[in-house]
Design a protein around this ligand. Structure first.
Ligand SMILES: C[S@@+](CC[C@H](N)C(=O)[O-])C[C@H]1O[C@@H](n2cnc3c(N)ncnc32)[C@H](O)[C@@H]1O
Length: 303
């Protein structure tokens, strides 16, 4: 079952509010409905609740690329077949091709993200001999055991209700001797815009709701990998702060990169009003700094 209490960074007031809401979500069973949670995230990235995600590449690809590059510092993909889980618009997949991967499968639960990834691949000149696309759920991978040299996931883990299951799946589809590489959301990841969004929104829509995003600590990622039977596990934490210059720009980034799937909890006619209200809060309070906190982890499948 997904965890009940938020263990990431927030201001004390919002931490208390969010965790009271989480306990309520647990008591009503909402936290256990992991299919519904996953579906809400998928629909968010499919643009079902708002059009923020349409701007994903425009406002987010530079920072996503930076995270993927950090992850790739520890991984040699030259001549290797790679599965990129939660591949989104293809940022990490393309980087791995540039680093010499022989073939990449970019897999994602959102069809809209994959449509954009296909367009990006065409523009970059990567044909089907180099990259394929697959709609998949990270928790139940549609591949046989030992199918890939490298199984990678970039900035997706925090969105999965069952993170341990997804790491076990990564290990399963890696070949013996192959590598599992993860760039996970650490405890401080995006804490400023999360805090500001909870402050800025009308609380009645989010009370009793367990946010589908869940950051991990370094030791938790290590533990998932060890339980999946991986060896030679390495983790390191990388953080940096991004200054967007204005609260409005920081909001636009956060809304696009997260796809704002929690707007699925709102009556559709209220979404624009709530988005405007939250953006105004970011502007008014000058919430322009966004922390990136990445747990870079890798482990080898014995064999
Ligand atoms: C923050 S984006 C990261 C995308 C890409 N790796 C990057 O760095 O730009 C998270 C991605 O995870 C995908 N995702 C969320 N839940 C998933 C699941 N259960 N299985 C596969 N992909 C999932 C979303 O659709 C989205 O494209």
């Amino acid at each position: 079952m997904p965890r009940v209490l938020w263990t990431g960074k927030l201001t004390p007031q919002i931490w208390l509010m969010l965790n009271t809401s989480n306990v309520f979500a647990w008591a009503t069973g909402a936290t256990r409905d992991t299919d519904a949670m996953k579906e809400r995230v998928r629909k968010g990235y499919d643009g079902a609740f708002s059009d923020h995600v349409n701007h994903y590449d425009e406002v987010g690809s530079v920072l996503q690329m930076r995270s993927a590059a950090e992850q790739l510092r520890d991984v040699d993909v030259r001549g290797k077949s790679v599965l990129d889980i939660g591949g989104g618009t293809g940022v990490a997949s393309f980087l791995m091709l540039r680093h010499g991967a022989s073939k990449v499968v970019c897999g994602d639960i959102s069809e809209k993200m994959l449509v954009q990834a296909r367009l990006n691949a065409e523009r970059e000149g990567y044909g089907p001999n180099l990259i394929e696309f697959c709609r998949l759920d990270a928790e139940v991978l549609p591949y046989d055991e030992g199918s890939f040299d490298v199984v990678s996931m970039s900035m997706t883990m925090g969105l999965l209700p069952n993170q341990e299951k997804s790491v076990a799946e990564m290990a399963r589809v890696a070949r013996p001797g192959g590598l599992v590489s993860i760039g996970a959301h650490g405890p401080d990841h995006y804490w400023e815009p999360i805090d500001a969004t909870v402050r800025g929104m009308s609380k009645r829509y989010i009370f009793g709701y367990r946010l589908e995003f869940w950051p991990e600590k370094e030791k938790e990622v290590r533990a998932h990998m060890a339980r999946a039977g991986l060896v030679d596990i390495m983790t390191r934490r990388v953080t940096w702060k991004n200054d967007f210059g204005s609260g409005g720009k920081a909001f636009d980034f956060f809304a696009a990169i997260s796809a704002s799937w929690w707007y699925g909890k709102l009556p559709p006619e209220r979404v624009q009003e709530e988005a405007d209200r939250t953006r105004a809060y970011f502007e008014r309070e000058n919430v322009r700094i966004v922390t990136d906190d990445i747990i870079v982890a890798s482990g080898r499948k014995p064999g």
